[in-house]
Ligand binder design. Structure first.
Ligand SMILES: *Cc1c(COP(=O)(O)O)cnc(C)c1O
Length: 843
């Protein structure tokens, strides 16, 4: 590789290396994204739409059979093995392709088959398994297999690893001394590119490793050093946006997943084995169809096939997926111009690098108005050298006072803006730990405090448990960088935004403001001085107008039910019956899509515009929607007349819900109102007894389709308090519509705000309720329930006021009538009596 593209000529506002016209052609293959800004390329890249057409065309015009049956299919597969090798600048004389289900299976296969020692019982020469701590979690699990095979397990720190590979092996002597090969082997696993932050580890050091640059480490662990070194390169992250040249760098084993390169197909990966190293993969136990030359079913006799891939690929390979790889390669070559070194992957590499570099630069400079920095970056390179860095940026955000913003809070805002990023530890606990400077003890303490991988506990004692990862693919443009920065400034960092100077060769590029508009967020940007002024003005107004009612008593102001999950409220005028699962008819129906999955306001904000009205005299529920004739369904539909259906309801997929379909008329009405085909209205069947998750004192409460608890209580005083804290001049909700966003069943009013957070139980009228905890909030509260429009508030202010804990309102469950009466009706304006029990420490 010669020359450098460090400062290429400015090309367009979309990409540093791909011209405008080609970039438009590329993005036109991802129109299914709509408004979504996809910045999660490291998790999975996206397939271009034209690829599907090509795959479809291939499959409908050819007859492919089991490759064990059909020579043609087998030949196609062999052809694709060489295409893969060609992609990595090598050929079948050097490397062999073994198809696997993905990177993880490839990693497992190597360690299972790897011969650490010729004699597994030789405890003096067990061989070693050496791994970098900053590997993907899938690698960490390999130590269990290696340990079973008696290998010594050794892990290397990021710093030690880099120091060793950058220092030439000191001691070649052992090689001569032992003449020829020793019979213990050491397997080293490390990633070519970190999935945590895109750092590229050196891969031009294979000879140095084979010559023993890590031997001093083995010595430190009292391991034998007269061993042969083998390298298993985890290239899953690297090959997705980089050129891996196996003619120059020759690891013994390389693994990858194809969905990270092409987006499609999933469930297919490969292990590339250097032919000269293949004899060390001889300990695989299992054999399956196609991997043996002979096997006897009644006697322990079998002979594995001689070809390496034939002996390692058990069963029938996923031949249709493999065949689609041909279209994947062809398609990429057609779609993406080779502007760098006349090479496809180099072009992608530079394109994504410059996007990430731009974001990195902007984040690094990002400051609050008080001059404090707004970001903490978790990088191992500063984007000065493309050999050390891929198209990924990992960071956390800080508030004006220097405290951390939790990644879960960031995730909610990103969801609201339709931006896909990854938050948490991204399956790389080693890197996460190193960058967040947490000790093993602290991690265990966090675990004991209730934090587990993949949960929403983003801060423990104010310290982050994870981070935000942004990763770019070839389909991303600078517009995506701008969208993300705009979102960050809009939600977290009030600052004077300097728009990056990119030379606009074409004048129809979309600006930041356009990007914002396309998110359909009607609140303006609050980073200009003018708006800051307006804010002060509005603060004063808020203080003047909102005088809380002086009212020493607590009263039940309102009762609302939401007959159809995620649709509009039905507000009760006088009283309503409490049933077994909460209020009668509350969330008893739901709308499902044709794939059986429940539709929610998160996917379709217009759902709140469907207003159900229940008439107990006529025994009907009527659905209203602006501009449409209402439709009515009977409340007492006989279940046996209806088609029974089982469906899966998000969050509670582990317990599928039994329900009854409510018929075609209402289904069509809903589909037309929401403009989505094939929707169905489902009623939860009365014998489906979902149980509240959190068990209290052993008794279990039945639940309707509401997510967590039977009732949700909202205190209007707390809503007023929150309203006063919202300083966004364009947030125009009055207290009523702000209250409605929280979709409470029981709305109370009183003098003091936030008091409800300390209650353990309460009595409303004659009925006793137990408090089950605070209600976690998501971007749903950002949908104005009267218009269906999305805003940034009130989630932003909730998060600011409660230090990132997005909680508002309290969950209740029903304990029963207090006076022993059978009265099941809750009456509006009934007095509310809270019970605070200080010795209950469970909350
Ligand atoms: C994605 C990834 C893996 C795991 O790949 P799977 O497809 O989940 O098996 C392993 N290592 C790295 C570096 C990765 O990026």
């Amino acid at each position: 590789m010669s020359g450098s593209y460090e400062d290429p000529p400015e090309m367009s506002t979309l990409s540093q290396v791909i011209d405008h016209e080609h970039m438009i052609k590329i993005t036109s293959n991802f129109t299914r994204l709509g408004d979504r800004c996809y910045l999660e390329n490291a998790g999975a890249t996206l397939y271009p739409q034209c690829l599907l057409a090509n795959v479809h065309e291939d499959l409908v015009s050819n007859v492919y059979m089991n490759p064990h049956t059909d020579k043609y299919t087998k030949d196609c597969i062999e052809q694709i093995r060489s295409t893969i090798l060609k992609h990595f600048s090598t050929d079948p004389s050097q490397y062999t392709v073994i198809f696997t289900s993905g990177t993880t299976q490839a990693l497992k296969l190597v360690v299972e088959a790897f011969q650490f020692s010729a004699d597994i019982h030789d405890i003096k020469n067990p061989g070693s398994f050496v791994y970098l701590r900053d590997n993907h979690t899938s690698v960490l699990g390999l130590r269990e297999i290696a340990a079973d095979k008696n290998a010594d397990i050794i892990h290397l720190s990021h710093e030690d690893f880099l120091a060793a590979v950058n220092t030439p092996a000191r001691n070649y002597a052992w090689k001569d001394k032992f003449k020829g090969r020793s019979d213990t082997n050491t397997l080293l696993v490390y990633p070519a590119q970190s999935n945590f932050n895109g750092f590229k580890y050196p891969i031009d050091c294979m000879d140095n490793i084979r010559n023993g640059c890590f031997n001093s480490h083995l010595k430190k662990h009292l391991c034998k050093i007269n061993c042969n070194w083998y390298v298993l390169l985890d290239a899953a992250s690297f090959v997705s946006t980089n050129k891996l040249d196996l003619s120059k760098t020759q690891p013994d084993f390389v693994c990858m997943s194809f969905y990270k390169i092409f987006g499609y197909p999933t469930g297919l990966g490969a292990l590339l084995v250097k032919n000269s190293s293949h004899d060390v993969l001889c300990q695989k136990k299992y054999f399956g169809g196609g991997t043996v030359d002979i096997v006897l079913s009644t006697e322990d006799f079998h002979v594995k096939r001689k070809h390496l891939h034939e002996s390692l690929e058990d069963g029938t390979v996923p031949f249709l997926s493999i065949i689609s790889l041909k279209q994947c390669f062809d398609n990429m070559h057609k779609l993406i111009p080779k502007t760098i070194y006349d090479d496809l992957m180099e072009t992608i590499s530079y394109h994504t690098f410059y996007l990430a570099k731009d974001l990195y630069g902007q984040l690094k400079d990002l400051q609050h108005l008080n001059g404090n920095k707004a970001t903490v970056l978790y990088m191992d390179s500063d984007f000065t050298d493309i050999k050390k860095q891929g198209g990924t940026v990992t960071f956390n955000l800080l508030r004006e006072d220097g405290s951390y913003i939790g990644y879960a809070e960031f995730q909610h805002m990103a969801d609201l803006f339709n931006i896909s990023v990854r938050t948490g530890c991204f399956c790389n606990s080693g890197s996460c730990q190193r960058h967040l400077s947490a000790s093993n003890k602290e991690l265990k303490d966090m675990y004991r405090a209730g934090h587990v991988c993949g949960d929403e506990v983003d801060l423990v004692d104010g310290r982050p448990t994870g981070a935000i990862r942004v990763s770019f693919g070839y389909f991303n443009t600078f517009n995506d960088v701008d969208k993300l920065i705009t979102m960050i400034c809009r939600c977290f960092v009030k600052t004077k935004l300097k728009q990056p100077k990119r030379i606009a060769m074409i004048n129809n590029h979309r600006t930041i403001v356009d990007a914002l508009k396309s998110n359909r967020l009607y609140n303006g940007i609050t980073h200009s001085h003018k708006i800051m002024k307006e804010q002060e003005f509005f603060n004063n107004i808020h203080e003047a107008q909102d005088v809380p009612q002086v009212n020493s008593k607590i009263v039940l102001k309102e009762v609302a039910i939401f007959p159809i999950k995620s649709c509009g409220a039905f507000k009760i005028r006088s009283s309503w019956k409490i049933g077994q699962k909460g209020f009668e008819y509350d969330r008893e129906w739901m709308i499902i899509k044709d794939n059986g999955v429940c539709l929610t306001q998160k996917q379709n904000a217009r759902m709140c515009l469907i207003r159900p009205k229940i008439d107990l005299q006529l025994r009907t529920m009527t659905l209203h929607f602006k501009g449409r004739t209402p439709v009515a369904i009977p409340l007492d539909q006989k279940p046996h007349k209806l088609k029974e259906s089982t469906f899966c309801h998000s969050k509670v997929c582990t317990d599928t819900v039994q329900g009854y379909d409510c018929g075609d008329e209402v289904a069509d009405w809903i589909s037309e109102a929401l403009e989505i085909s094939y929707l169905r209205l489902i009623r939860q069947s009365s014998d489906d007894n979902r149980v509240q998750k959190k068990k209290h004192d052993g008794d279990q409460k039945l639940l309707s389709l509401s997510n967590q608890a039977q009732f949700l209580l909202i205190n209007k005083a707390t809503v007023r308090w929150l309203g006063n804290k919202i300083h966004d001049p364009l947030f125009t909700d009055d207290i009523e519509s702000l209250t409605d966003r929280f979709r409470g069943n029981i709305i109370i009013d009183m003098e003091s705000e936030l008091a409800e957070r300390d209650w353990n139980k309460l009595i409303i009228g004659n009925h006793e309720f137990r408090v089950e905890g605070l209600c976690p909030r998501c971007q749903m509260v950002c949908i104005n329930q009267h218009t269906g429009e999305k805003t940034v508030e009130p989630l932003r202010t909730i998060s600011e006021q409660f230090a990132g804990k997005l909680r508002f309102g309290i969950y209740l469950s029903y304990l029963g009538p207090v006076d022993g009466s059978k009265d099941r009706y809750l009456k509006i304006h009934a007095p509310v009596k809270p019970i605070i029990n200080d010795d209950d420490i469970s909350r």
